[in-house]
Design a protein around this ligand. Structure first.
Ligand SMILES: [Mn+2]
Length: 488
């Protein structure tokens, strides 16, 4: 009698789905849902006895209704058809699974705390133990979490441990980065009790079986994500694992399915004219494989503002509707005049009206020129080169790095500029409703946010005061908040 289990992980449902259906643009959100459904279909085709999802069902802890439905409906269908499902929360669910109520079903177990689910299948007794993602666990914490599942209290024909952690020797990324024992966030293979037959692992998006060692009995296997979530997963085969237990060593088989080809196209465009740039991008875009998801990486751009005006995303879509494009811009260079001023972290250049209206920020290697006039209003679509676009609701996605941030009101007017050592926490602090929050009242008027990462505090302070001087944002002036005064 052989028990069969489907092991999948890192579905990331909700990634690249629109929060509000306002801007129609090609998105990958539906790919992730389709790949997830295709993998779960294997459960029916292979008549498995159980399905185990090793974390990151969702891409975020606050998924939209669409994402919640897309993720939970196929799991409920499995349970309704008599197939038990075990799910653990991963790091993208911040270790708690949202909308767990929709997964309320006698055959669905969400391991939102360490525990063991014992299932009597037609082919034997299966025990699945697991716990939510542990953030930076010590060895003791990892071992304690395994013990806290109470696995020793259950007899079983086959034992699975389901985890969402990085084990030592696991590999990921285009450079084949290998996690090492003792590293931050790394758990040790040898700490899994040998009574387990199989570790259904998630977290690393590359499918892999960890190198066995004589001392290690349990097979530790990453199912990988059902689709290529990021460009770090380029060329990786995608699918899920089918595991069978017949008393002896578990057998496992990776079932691969087709996903969109992924391609990266670097273009070094230093000194090119507008026409040259457009021709090169168009040639590149037309060459991208059919139905791919592609990234154009521009390096050495001489005029960032002109690049924004080229509106490459819209053009690319017109040239190739079948491809989903994204862009990165790296190593933005200065024009010659500006280079002379680049010794100071911030150099100003004269605007047409003779006032100091443009600033250049950054080191010689990475710098960009910003016209403050352009910061007065927030643009419809593009954040602008070197600028990040967010809303109060998405501010938690800002980087935890030094920089400045700009708040815009409903009519897209710049109302406030501030500097921060940690953009994410600083911006979020403005929207926290607490009695002591000086900003809580007026930040309700903020509709959109732009942020810019800067190399150091001094650059942030200088740019902030320059913007206040030139653009005079209403709340900087009215609030008499001195530039950088007490704000970190
Ligand atoms: Mn993941």
């Amino acid at each position: 009698m052989t028990m069969h289990v489907l092991h999948l992980a890192d579905s990331h449902i909700g990634a690249d789905l629109p929060r509000r259906r306002r801007h129609a643009r090609p998105r990958r959100g539906d790919d992730f849902i389709a790949s997830y459904r295709r993998v779960l279909q294997l459960a029916y085709e292979q008549r498995v006895d159980a399905v185990v999802h090793a974390g990151d069902v969702f891409d975020s802890p606050r998924p939209t209704t669409d994402a919640v439905w897309a993720a939970t409906e196929p799991l409920r269908a499995l349970a309704d058809n008599g197939i038990p499902v075990v799910v653990i929360p991963g790091n993208h669910e911040r270790s708690v699974l949202p909308e767990a109520l929709l997964l309320h079903h006698p055959l669905i177990s969400v391991l939102d705390r360490p525990r063991t689910v014992r299932t009597e299948t037609d082919n034997g007794v299966l025990a699945v133990s697991g716990f939510p993602y542990l953030r930076r666990p010590t060895r003791a914490e990892f071992v304690n979490a395994i013990e806290a599942t109470g696995w020793r209290e259950h007899s079983a024909d086959a034992r699975i441990l389901v985890t969402h952690q990085a084990f030592d020797t696991a590999v990921c990324g285009p450079q084949h980065y290998r996690f090492r024992k003792g590293g931050d966030d790394v758990v040790t293979r040898g700490d899994v009790p040998s009574a387990f037959d199989y570790v259904a692992a998630g977290h690393i998006h590359r499918q892999q079986r960890l190198k066995p060692s004589k001392r290690l009995r349990p097979e530790i296997v990453y199912a990988g994500s059902p689709d290529r979530i990021t460009y770090a997963e380029i060329d990786e085969p995608k699918g899920a694992m089918l595991v069978s237990f017949d008393g002896g060593h578990p057998q496992h088989r990776f079932v691969e399915h087709d996903v969109r080809p992924m391609s990266i196209h670097p273009l070094a465009v230093s000194g090119w004219s507008r026409t040259q740039l457009l021709e090169a991008v168009e040639a590149t875009v037309r060459d991208v494989p059919q139905g791919a998801v592609a990234q154009i990486r521009l390096t050495g751009v001489t005029d960032p503002q002109a690049l924004v005006r080229l509106n490459l995303p819209t053009r690319a879509f017109a040239w190739r509707e079948d491809v989903i494009f994204s862009y990165t811009v790296r190593g933005v260079e200065l024009t010659k005049d500006e280079q002379r001023n680049a010794q100071s972290p911030i150099a100003s250049s004269k605007g047409a009206n003779g006032t100091s209206s443009a600033v250049t920020v950054g080191s010689d290697k990475l710098s960009t020129t910003i016209e403050i006039e352009r910061l007065r209003r927030t643009p419809e679509k593009d954040a602008g080169i070197g600028l990040l676009l967010a809303t109060p609701a998405t501010s938690r996605r800002l980087p935890s790095t030094c920089g400045i941030y700009l708040f815009y009101d409903e009519s897209d007017r710049l109302v406030y500029v501030g500097k921060a050592n940690n953009l994410r926490t600083r911006v979020q602090s403005h929207f926290r409703d607490s009695a002591g929050n000086f900003f809580a009242h007026w930040t309700r008027q903020v509709r959109s946010i732009r942020a810019m990462q800067l190399p150091d505090e001094q650059s942030a302070l200088e740019l902030e005061s320059r913007i206040i001087e030139v653009a005079r944002p209403a709340f900087n002036i009215a609030g008499r908040i001195p530039a950088g005064g007490g704000i970190t």
